[in-house]
Write a protein that binds this ligand. Sequence first.
Ligand SMILES: *[C@@H]1O[C@H](CO)[C@@H](O)[C@H](O)[C@H]1NC(C)=O
Ligand SMILES: *[C@@H]1O[C@H](CO)[C@@H](O)[C@H](O)[C@H]1NC(C)=O
Length: 142
Amino acid sequence: MQFLWISLCLMKLMLKGRFVFKVFSAVDKVILIKENKTWEEALYYCRDHHHDLVTITNMDQQTLVQEKVKNASTDYVWTGLRYTCTLDFWFWVSDEVVSYTNWAEGEPMDDCDMSGAMETRGGHQWRKKNDLEEYNFLCTKD
Ligand SMILES: *[C@@H]1O[C@H](CO)[C@@H](O)[C@H](O)[C@H]1NC(C)=O
Ligand SMILES: *[C@@H]1O[C@H](CO)[C@@H](O)[C@H](O)[C@H]1NC(C)=O
């Protein structure tokens, strides 16, 4: 019985350790590109030069990314969040499931040709923006 309890504790620690590692490795894995591009240009830029447009799956990642966007030269910064009009749902280009969200009040309205951008200032909430707007963006590195 005691053995089982100790095993469970160890397992929890290991899981916690992995989680922390994941979060911290994300800090230096996100890079702000201070160029103004449409959402699609930003996606290709990230995929050509780094890894992908950024995915935010929890509040810790949101907090890390918020620090980076403070240096942006545009009011919004593109993320890897994309809306599919045909299927009527939002998804991350990295294939992660959209579970954590941080939409500003009143968002999202589901129009076509929309992608998710983060506010550079204020609460750093997410806004749906037309794909053809040109903003700075966040890439993940390998
Ligand atoms: C991007 O757009 C912002 C806002 O319009 C502007 O201040 C900035 O100089 C532009 N940056 C580049 C690299 O063109
Ligand atoms: C913002 O830019 C300044 C000057 O280029 C740099 O020193 C600082 O580290 C940057 N901050 C972040 C969070 O990247």
